[in-house]
Each structure stands twice: as C-alpha cells, then as structure tokens.
Design a protein. Structure first.
Length: 361
C-alpha cells in the first residue's frame, strides 16, 4: 500500500503559530490583490515517489519525503508537491519488485491524478541508473519523470541530497522536460536515462553520460536543455507492465563478466538456474574470453539469448557475428543491456527482433 500526501506552500505557513491570525487578516484586507496574483503564482504539481536511499538518509535513519520537503522549504517556490512512499530502504537492497511497484505508483497517479504535471523519483545512488532506465522503458507518458539520488548522507559535510532534490523538482516542473523520457538529475546536470551511469564510488560527480553527454544543466534555479534523446522511450516504447504485478513474471537475465581465464562454469550455472537471457560484459573489443565461448554458443542453441556489452565505460559493441552471439548491446552498459533484454523477452524471443530492439532503444 502506498502512502500519499500533499504538500504545498500553505502547509508550511499553517504552522507558524500566532502569526497565522495576522496573516489571515492581511489576506482578507488584500483579497482582490491576492486573487489577482494567485493566477500568476500557479505552480506545477509534482509527485514525489520515494524509495529511500542516501538522499533520504540521516544519522537517525531514512526520513519520509515530507521531512525532506520540510527541511528544504524553498522547493515550494517551484512546485506544489504531493508524495507517495513506495519503500524506504537502501537501493542496494531493492529487487525488481520495488521497481515494478514504483512504476505502478506512477501509473496509478497518471490514472487517478491527471492534474499532476510531473514526477520526481528519489532512490539510493547504487541503482539510480537502473531505476531510471527501467521506468524509461515501461511507463507510458510524456510527462517529466526525474530520478535523483545522493552520494552523501544528510547533515554531513558537503551533502548533495538537498541540491539534487531541489534540482530534480526544478527539472520536473520545467515544460521543456516533457517528452524527453526519464531523466536523471544530479550534480547540477540533466542526463538521459539511457546514457547515464554511476562511475565513481563516493564523489558527487559520479553520474556521467560518457560518450553522448548530458542533455542539460541546472543553473540559477532553472533547467536548461541543449539536446534531446533520439532512441525510443516512455510513450514511444513497446514495453509495458500490463499483466505484470510481481517480479517472478519477468524474464530472468544474468550478467556474466569476462576476464582472464574466466570459468565457463559461471555460464553453465546461469543456464541451469533458468536464465532466459545472458548479458556478457565482454573485453572492450566485444569478445568474451575463449573459455566462455563454447558454453555461450551452447546456451544460444538451447534458446537462451546472449547479448554482448562492453565491460568498459565507453564505446559501442557492434552486431558483427562471432562464434557465440551475433547480438550487440550498442552503447548500453551491461546493467542497462540486462534491463532492455529483460523487457525485450516479454514481447519476443526471436534474436533478430531482439537485435532490432537494441538498435532502436
């Protein structure tokens, strides 16, 4: 069950004690002026979909999204905020179930609160890129969906939680963010969900879109866009969670790492465990270790889809044929490729069609 709340500028003012009566008198005396300015002050409605993470973490534990807003009242200058608490955990403990629940919470809001203009999803940094790309594939909307996270716990020196949360709301409230697909906002940068990866352990500049660059920047309380995604996403996606409520309804995809003298037993174990697909995090040229290739070829013959992605941080894995798989993940990271393969397998198991999907998404 989701816990929904609403929070806007008047909520903050309502708790100011004795001054509330004076404020009410001022409103009565200047009602015509207030009415005239109300239209000019209308703000977009943004739904905060919270899942926990460092962005919500304090020395006393993870706090509710309402507490984040209370600690950052200036955010209410940019939007009226509503909240839904999906879960409140570290992102390294999340399963596909919480990913499904988050997508369903957004879909429920789209159906029941059509006046909502956009969404901010708060999550831990470790799987922020995964959540962004998953939502990018399964949520059918042109309304802005902005994922944000933090590297440093609240109340600690140089914490980035407040800045990233504020910037995410600013971005979600910006009309130009519509139709851009799911975005990840952090460190004053706007990334496309498809292209972004967390690449640094603890610095705030961890999120990078290495090859293709950021979509835009946050500066002076405004979001500025300089380019748009060209690959399919959100309202243009062929994937959905219709009929999928639990994670055991999703295909099982494993990521296998290639390295010097890598054991074929890892591949065999994945197949025996029921993998429907395997992403190989290959050497940078797009090839698995020689010891893995025969068992990967056998897996393909048994109907397991094998897709090659680079274990590096940059470059494109092509669809050139080799001894175990003709399928390449293009510029997707192994973790993004696994999400796309998982969703592709919900609609087809034809290798040619799956390669078409990797070429278009």
């Amino acid at each position: 069950m989701y816990v929904n709340s609403r929070y806007h500028h008047n909520d903050a003012r309502a708790r100011r004690g004795p001054l509330a009566g004076v404020f009410a008198l001022v409103v009565i005396l200047f009602a015509p002026l207030a009415a005239a300015s109300a239209t000019a002050q209308d703000l977009p409605i943004i739904k905060i979909v919270a899942t926990g993470g460092t962005i919500a973490n304090t020395p006393d534990g993870r706090i509710a999204p309402e507490a984040i807003i209370e600690a950052l009242p200036e955010v209410l200058n940019y939007a009226e905020l509503r909240t839904v608490d999906v879960t409140r955990v570290g992102s390294s403990t999340l399963s596909w179930q919480e990913f499904i629940d988050t997508a369903k919470a957004i879909e429920q809001t789209l159906a029941e609160e059509p006046e909502v203009d956009g969404f901010v999803v708060t999550i831990g940094s470790n799987t922020s890129e995964d959540m962004a790309y998953f939502l990018n594939l399964v949520v059918d909307t042109d309304k802005p969906i902005v994922v944000t996270a933090a590297q440093r716990q609240r109340t600690t020196m140089s914490e980035d939680a407040s800045r990233n949360f504020l910037d995410a709301v600013i971005t979600a409230a910006t009309p130009e963010a519509s139709g851009m697909g799911v975005l990840l906002v952090a460190n004053e940068q706007i990334h496309a969900a498809r292209d972004v990866a967390k690449n640094v352990v603890s610095r705030v500049d961890t999120w990078e879109s290495v090859d293709l660059g950021v979509l835009g920047l946050i500066s002076g309380g405004e979001a500025y866009f300089y380019r748009a995604p060209t690959r399919l996403h959100t309202s243009g996606s062929e994937f959905s969670l219709d009929g999928i409520e639990t994670m055991d309804q999703l295909p099982k995809v494993e990521i296998i790492y290639s390295y010097v003298d890598a054991s074929p037993a890892i591949v065999e174990a994945a197949v025996e465990d029921g993998a429907d697909g395997i992403i190989v995090a290959t050497f940078l040229t797009g090839s698995a270790h020689a010891g893995q290739r025969p068992v990967l070829a056998e897996a393909m013959e048994e109907g397991v889809i094998v897709v090659r992605a680079t274990r590096g941080t940059s470059g494109r894995v092509s669809t050139d044929g080799n001894s175990y798989s003709h399928l390449g993940a293009d510029t997707l990271t192994p973790q993004h490729a696994a999400i796309l393969l998982m969703m592709a397998l919900t609609v087809t198991d034809d290798p040619a069609e799956i390669q078409r999907i990797f070429n278009e998404y």
